[in-house]
Design a protein around this ligand. Structure first.
Ligand code: FE2
Length: 221
């Protein structure tokens, strides 16, 4: 079952009250990007795309968590009977479908990590998995911006492990895939990309990275 727009929005509001941070506005922007792209693609449902975007980071309701937010979100939405949205909680962090190719701090229990590993190995990404992965990188809390800017922002906060290029290239491939399907460049489709791209980013120094609670409350913004 897929939640209604109102139900999804209510869950995001509740989660934001439990763990306030820029991650809720980021989720709204991911949802809007997904809706705008889906509306241009035959066979994609814009409301479903919007709801998946709203809920992809819902695991942050659990508090200050890193990789764990994907598991918390999956578990919570599964309990609510929203399995399709729960799946997005698990897939959205992995442009490359491999649990070992994620950049955030690993705060999972061994059994949880193994559950995610086997879940990922058994599925093939559908268009909604790909869409939310892409939109997660196209939207921050301020709006929509170039993938390149998001990649550098995230890299400065989390570092650049060896598989970084593979993640970037896969995300660019998803962008090209949806541009082909939508028949338009995504930077033309999403409003104000130029404005939010050129807005100055906060400076993330190594010392600032130690302030992990702020960063993790926001997620990979
Ligand atoms: Fe996100």
């Amino acid at each position: 079952m897929i939640p209604s727009f109102d139900a999804a929005k209510a869950e995001l509001r509740k989660a934001g009250n439990r763990n306030p941070g820029p991650w809720t506005q980021h989720s709204m922007n991911v949802a809007e990007a997904a809706r705008l792209i889906a509306a241009r693609c035959d066979g994609l449902d814009e409301e479903k795309a919007f709801v998946f975007g709203l809920l992809h980071d819902i695991g942050r309701r659990a508090g200050v968590v890193a990789k764990r937010h994907i598991w918390e979100g999956y578990r919570y939405l599964t309990e609510l009977g929203w399995e399709e949205a729960a799946r997005i909680c698990l897939t959205h962090s992995f442009p490359v479908k491999d649990i070992d190719k994620d950049i955030s701090r690993d705060d999972l229990e061994d059994s949880e990590r193994e559950s995610i590993r086997s879940f990922l190995s058994e599925i093939t990404y559908d268009d909604y998995d790909k869409l939310i992965i892409l939109c997660d990188s196209l939207a921050d809390a301020r709006g929509f911006c170039l993938l390149e800017k998001r990649f550098v922002d995230v890299g400065r906060r989390y570092g650049l492990p060896a598989f970084t290029l593979e993640r970037w290239n896969q995300t660019f491939a998803y962008k090209e895939y949806f541009e082909e399907m939508a028949g338009i460049g995504l930077y033309e489709l999403l409003p104000n990309v130029r404005v939010s791209t050129f807005e100055p980013s906060p400076v993330w120094t190594p010392e600032r990275r130690e302030v992990s609670t702020d960063t993790e409350q926001g997620g990979k913004l």
